[in-house]
Design a protein around this ligand. Structure first.
Ligand code: ADP
Length: 481
């Protein structure tokens, strides 16, 4: 089975979020199951700089305002098609905006071009290559499915994966004439969205199947609260909607071998977490007592519920727990958390910034990680927490609800508990969950059983890849011979 994946990001070449982890891990996990996934990505500078032999397999005299070509390369163990279009992608800054963080005004053109190339490849543009299925990710590649639908590859099964519905790629109606789609596409069942053009909307409309990164989020986005304006369409397509939880890279995230840790350990040697805990105490200026250390590793944003955390900090300190917070983002939230740390010296420590190594030490040394997200398509930090014996305390939403088994009495008795859930996402419920955590922490036998159970959870990509393969097969069975 040949699958063409179209994505703006792929780990380890270009990453701004979890989307890149998924698109980077899936080809590897699928290869073991007899599925060959090749991935089309934009030729951003860091991608073009990573390979030398620039022999193109397809040329465009004109693609969205300039010359372009497609290169077939192998990089970092991945089979890639790279869309080299310097007028669109050879720019400093990030993949979507300049160094100051402002979106490029022609993002619609840049990702329409990527999508156009995806549909052309799906239609047989590259000799010797014809994918059986096309798999698009997020709004940046969603238009691939629209170009397919109105072009040659109309009979090729397609999948649209939504990693975060908050990003939709909505543009004014004025761009439609430049997309190169037939006039009929500017319709309610095409790319038209509230009078403009909606890239993600177009993909959701055209996809043979829609997936998102957890079963609970797949249900949630059918409601106005989580659907962000697309719930009507998603409901209409609900019989083709699936949720598949992400895996994690269990080689990188392995407490037994992790080089970032001060001390490596396994579920059988939890006491060896102590030096990591001491490192966290040192780095965050925390008192050295036996109370639980609850950590936060997060973007400091409204989505992540960091304002909820900020309102609950005094109550959390009152439970006797300590807080170690690593994050960056909203300046107001950074300020609020730094003020809390100043108020509670020795009990709350805050490091503002992005620090991969420190995030590993925190997972390897803290007792718990708190994730009070308002919505969470999948979430990764709770999965790392499970693997590291850093017990997740999570809002019961999206992927958090699907991956953590709440330590209620029955679950503790059955030996299946892996963390603590709370709902709704507010300060009172969060505080209640922290109290339950502190109580469990006071009984080492119970707490260690929760840690070990989490560490046993299968978080590999293998399991998720099986589910994607199952869906690919279902789509192939719907193809008209
Ligand atoms: P999202 O992609 O919505 O930010 P996820 O939980 O899916 O949330 O993934 C966040 C990733 O970023 C995790 O790998 C987490 O460890 C990492 N991360 C977030 N903030 C920081 C930080 N300040 N320092 C280091 N790593 C961070």
């Amino acid at each position: 089975m040949q699958v063409l994946s179209v994505t703006p990001e792929i780990f380890p070449l270009i990453k701004t979020g979890g989307l890149a982890d998924v698109t980077g891990a899936l080809p590897v996990a699928l290869a073991a199951k007899g599925v060959t996934m090749r991935t089309l990505i934009p030729g951003f500078p860091m991608v073009m700089d990573a390979f030398n032999k620039k022999k193109s397999v397809y040329k465009y005299p004109l693609l969205q305002g300039g010359k372009a070509s497609v290169h077939s390369v192998q990089l970092a163990g991945l089979d890639l098609f790279v869309l080299d279009a310097p007028h669109l992608f050879d720019r400093p800054g990030g993949p979507y905006g300049n160094a100051a963080g402002a979106d490029w005004p022609d993002n619609w053109r840049r990702f329409a071009a990527l999508s156009q190339a995806g549909a052309d490849i799906a239609g047989g543009a590259i000799s010797g290559y014809m994918p059986d299925i096309v798999h698009a990710h997020d709004w940046q590649s969603a238009m691939t499915l629209a170009y397919m639908r109105y072009g040659k590859a109309v009979g090729t099964p397609s999948m649209m994966t939504v990693h975060n519905l908050a990003f939709q790629g909505q543009f004014g109606a004025g761009i439609f004439g430049e997309l190169g789609l037939p006039t009929a596409a500017m319709a309610l069942d095409g790319v038209e969205y509230y009078g403009g053009v909606g890239f993600l909307k177009a993909g959701l409309q055209a996809a043979w199947a829609i997936t998102t990164v957890s079963p609970t989020y797949a249900q949630e986005i059918r409601s106005p609260e989580f659907g962000m304006g697309l719930d009507g369409l998603i409901n209409m397509r609900s019989s083709d909607l699936y949720g598949i939880v992400n895996g994690i890279d269990t080689a990188i995230w392995n407490p037994e071998t992790d080089k970032h840790l001060v001390s490596n350990y396994t579920a059988a040697s939890l006491k060896a977490r102590a030096p990591n805990r001491a490192a966290v105490e040192g780095r965050f200026g925390l008192d050295r007592d036996g109370s639980p250390i609850v950590c936060v590793v997060s973007r400091l944003t409204w989505q992540k519920g960091m304002d909820i955390l900020a309102t609950a900090v005094d109550g959390i300190v009152a439970t006797g727990a300590r807080l170690a917070i690593l994050g960056s983002g909203d300046a107001g939230l950074e300020g609020a958390l730094l003020a809390a740390a100043a108020r509670h010296r020795g009990r709350i420590g805050v490091v503002v910034g992005y620090d991969e190594g420190l995030s590993h030490v925190m997972q390897g040394g803290c007792d718990a990680i708190v994730i009070p997200s308002r919505f969470e398509p999948c979430g990764l930090t709770q999965l790392y927490g499970l693997r590291y014996g850093c017990v997740p305390v999570v809002a019961r939403t999206g992927g958090l609800a699907d991956t953590i088994i709440d330590a209620n009495e029955a679950a503790i008795a059955a030996g299946v508990a892996t963390g603590f859930q709370f709902a709704p996402s507010d300060g009172g419920a969060l505080l209640h969950a922290i109290r339950r955590l502190a109580e469990a922490h006071a009984s080492p036998a119970i707490f260690e059983a929760i840690q070990r159970q989490g560490m046993k959870t299968d978080l590999s990509w293998d399991r998720s890849a099986d589910k994607y393969v199952e869906l690919y097969r279902l789509l192939l069975s719907k193809r008209v011979a």
